[in-house]
Structure formats: structure tokens, C-alpha cells
Design a protein around this ligand. Structure first.
Ligand SMILES: Nc1nc2c(c(=O)[nH]1)N[C@H]1C(S)=C(S)[C@@H](COP(=O)(O)O)O[C@H]1N2
Ligand SMILES: [Mo]
Length: 251
């Protein structure tokens, strides 16, 4: 989309929201296919406006990267749900049996060990992760770009979202293809020049640098490409809208 066209639509969205309310913005966003999967609830029109405006204005933007001197000394260890028995078994084997399954709208289903992923590609970036509850920290994340994994499996033209699942059954999220293919979206296996600690999601964590903490699911075991989020959970795109948080959590 050209910049002038993007500007026109964005201006239209803002004007529509101001003049006739969010419903008009919603109709406009709908016409351009900028509808997030959680658009039907009470906050739906607001979510649509945020997502549509962000996608039009900032789809080529990068999360801020920091100098090494700004890495947080002792980042707060967020409490997570209990680790499963399966996880503890794998941990006892140094995660050598950990597998990431990639399936759905891909040219061929595949399964990767963490070593396989390391061999596929590496990106390191110093970024800030922020929880919706207010705290944040800066760390270096090292991982394989999700785009490199999807290049390996091939991705079918109708794929619109990547859904990703944790070994912790309550944790799953999804992102759209622009976010999935963004260079700062990585499957992280390292942090601050060491293996990613279990407390921070090791052995494998989705690091979506441009979105809030909860999109950064820990203990990733499966990703699936899909044209629709309706079949997953309550059909709202991820666990977060089911709990009252926005599916699109851009920062
Ligand atoms: N599997 C799993 N992933 C998760 C969580 C969790 O409890 N389990 N918490 C999420 C939330 S709400 C935040 S803010 C970040 C916290 O990341 P941190 O522990 O690196 O600070 O992880 C996210 N990913
Ligand atoms: Mo969070």
C-alpha cells in the first residue's frame, strides 16, 4: 500500500472515529480487512481502531533496541503457572528431546529440536519486555527468526496468522503474518549470552518484541499457520482476549 493511500485510510479512520463514533471506524477498517479476531466484544470497535491504525502506520516499524550497558542487572522473575510433569522430565534431560512442531498451512509439517533451530538462523537484539501489569526489563534475546523457520517449512498463500502453543496448556497466542515475518520476532533460546533460563521461558520462547509481555509465550512446543482463528479456543485469537486483554498488544 502506498504511503498516501495509507495516510488517506488512516485519516479516514480517525475522522470516522471522531465524527460518527467507533462504529464507522469499524466499518472502514472492515472494508480494508483490518479486523482483529477479538473485535466482537464490548471493546471490539476500540480494538479494531487500534489494530487498524497501528497496522497502517507502523507495520514497518521496529521496537527500540538498546545498548548493552542498559541490560537490566537482575530482571524480575515473573511467576508462571506450574511447570508440567512432561516439562520436568525434559528438563532432566537437558531439553535434548524438546521439539517444536510446525504444522497447519505450511508446505510441509516439520519438527525441530533447539539445536535444529540454532542451525537455521540467529538474531540477537537488546529490547524491553513490558508486562501489562506495569513492570518491564531490558535484556538481550537471542533466537531464530520465526521467518527463517517459516521459510524452511514453506508457508501457503492463504495463511494469515501464526498460532503458538506452550507446554503450559493455558498459554497460547497468535500473531498476524506481518508480525510473524517481522525481523524482531524470534523463537528465543538465548538470553544475555547464555541459554535462556527456564524462568524466562527456556528452552524456547516466542519473543515478539513489538508487543506486550503476554504475547511472549514461554515453553513453545507447537506453531501452526492458519487462515482463520475461529477454530482455536473461543475463536478470539488467543488466551488473552478470553481473559479480557487485547489480542493485538502493540507497544
Ligand atoms: N508459558 C507462559 N508464558 C508466559 C507467561 C506464563 O505464565 N506462562 N506469562 C506471560 C506474561 S503475562 C508476561 S508479562 C511475560 C513475562 O515474561 P518474563 O518472565 O520474562 O518477565 O511472559 C508471558 N509468557
Ligand atoms: Mo504479563
Amino acid at each position: 500500500m502506498s504511503l498516501s493511500r495509507r495516510k488517506l485510510i488512516t485519516t479516514g479512520l480517525a475522522a470516522a472515529a471522531g465524527a460518527t463514533g467507533l462504529a464507522a471506524a469499524d466499518r472502514l477498517a472492515r472494508r480494508y480487512g483490518l479486523i482483529p479476531p477479538d473485535s466482537a466484544g464490548i471493546y471490539g470497535p476500540g480494538e479494531t481502531l487500534t489494530y487498524a491504525a497501528q497496522r497502517l502506520l507502523a507495520s514497518h516499524s521496529f521496537a527500540r533496541e538498546f545498548p548493552r550497558s542498559m541490560i537490566s542487572a537482575a530482571p524480575f522473575l515473573n511467576e508462571t503457572s506450574p511447570l508440567t510433569d512432561n516439562f520436568k522430565r525434559q528438563q532432566a534431560h537437558g531439553f535434548s528431546d524438546w521439539r517444536l512442531t510446525v504444522d497447519g498451512a505450511v508446505a510441509h509439517t516439520a519438527s525441530f529440536s533447539v539445536a535444529d533451530l540454532r542451525a537455521l538462523g540467529r538474531r540477537s537484539q537488546i529490547t524491553e519486555i513490558a508486562c501489562e501489569e506495569g513492570w518491564s526489563y531490558i535484556a538481550e534475546w537471542i533466537g531464530t527468526p520465526l521467518s527463517a523457520v517459516l521459510r524452511e517449512t514453506g508457508i501457503l498463500p492463504h495463511a494469515r496468522y501464526i498460532v503458538y502453543f506452550s507446554d503450559q496448556p493455558d498459554w497460547w497466542e497468535s500473531i498476524d503474518m506481518p508480525e510473524a515475518l517481522h525481523p524482531q520476532t524470534v523463537l528465543a533460546w538465548g538470553m544475555n549470552d547464555a541459554d535462556l533460563p527456564v524462568g524466562f521461558g527456556g528452552p524456547l520462547r516466542m519473543r515478539v518484541a513489538r508487543q506486550l509481555g503476554y504475547k511472549n509465550v514461554k515453553y513453545i512446543t507447537r506453531i501452526t499457520a492458519t487462515d482463520s482463528l475461529k477454530p482455536f479456543g473461543k475463536g478470539l485469537g488467543s488466551a488473552s482476549p478470553e481473559a479480557g486483554y487485547a489480542w493485538y498488544a502493540g507497544i
